[in-house]
Design a binder for this molecule. Structure first.
Ligand code: ADE
Length: 283
């Protein structure tokens, strides 16, 4: 029996931009294959504050995958197969209100799906390459994010003197283009707080694997409907993200240290499949 977890085991997953993985201590690169295809990249497993963490660059380490081509199913499956049970997903978003300008950190409590082309379930009744066929499953998604993870993220931000916005709806668009001004005005008029391109189906697929999922949304720009200028540019998004990446990493590391041990999770995420037979064994 192993006294210590193997170098490729982790209990917390971080799906994020490329500025993070090299900061884990003693990183082990693990290539994982899944019945749903290949994840965005290798997983980088290391330690933060004594916790085992697997980092996955969402767009690939060289950022070659646009939001609609990310294999979200493979990413979540791969994380779970290393032992991960709690996931934090930092992402860049546009603000839909004047007061949520660049540099705002928001921990959403709701999500609106405006994507069009993405496979959003593991349990689609289609046979997998290994011959198994998942059953149909309808999970509850009324509250898309883990309550415990959200509290950890908010406390971590506060601890780093960065008062995060507690709650708000993230609308996820298909991309890769940004919204038109009319779309953006409409999103804002619905009362939605921020707009991004990767938050869905990432959170839903985590739920389908009984993983806790917490989103940390960094506002990089005011979206077209919330500003009077030229609209968003990708350059603006990257520059603002780069400006905040050190702070964000600090909050992330602190949030990791505040998450419960895997065996001590007491949130509803743990029982997401209660009453369902997924027809395939979860990794
Ligand atoms: N990611 C960063 N800024 C964004 C915006 N304005 N719209 C959609 N996704 C974004």
């Amino acid at each position: 029996p192993q006294a210590f977890p193997s170098a490729s085991q982790a209990d917390i997953g971080v799906i994020g931009g490329s500025g993070f993985y090299s900061f884990l201590e003693d990183v082990t690169e693990v290539a994982v294959q899944t019945p749903y295809g290949d994840p965005s990249d290798s997983l980088f497993v290391g330690e933060i504050a004594g916790r085992r963490v697997a980092f996955l660059p969402r767009h690939g380490r060289d950022h070659h995958l646009p939001p609609h081509r990310i294999n979200y199913r493979a990413n979540l499956w791969a994380l779970r197969s290393l032992g991960v049970r709690q996931v934090i997903g930092p992402c860049a978003v546009g603000g839909l209100r004047q007061e949520y300008g660049p540099g705002t950190l928001l921990v959403p409590d709701q999500l609106v799906d405006r994507t069009k082309s993405r496979v959003q379930t593991f349990y689609d009744g289609e046979p997998l390459p290994d011959g198994r066929t998942p059953n149909v499953v309808h999970v509850s998604f009324a509250d898309p994010y883990c309550a415990t993870g959200r509290a950890a993220a908010l406390a971590a931000a506060r601890g780093q003197d960065w008062e995060a916005v507690d709650g708000g709806a993230m609308v996820v668009i298909e991309g890769p283009r940004f919204s038109t001004r009319a779309e953006s005005v409409w999103h804002a008029a619905q009362g939605w707080a921020v707009v991004g391109m990767t938050g869905h189906p990432e959170a839903l697929l985590a739920r389908e694997l009984e993983l806790c999922y917490t989103s940390m949304a960094l506002v990089t720009d005011l979206d077209a409907g919330a500003e009077a200028g030229e609209g968003v540019s990708h350059k603006e998004v990257l520059a603002e993200f780069a400006k905040n990446v050190d702070r964000l990493r600090g909050v992330l590391f602190d949030a990791v240290s505040r998450l419960p041990e895997t065996g001590e999770r007491s949130c509803a995420c743990v029982d997401a499949l209660d009453g369902w037979d997924p027809g395939v064994e979860l990794p």
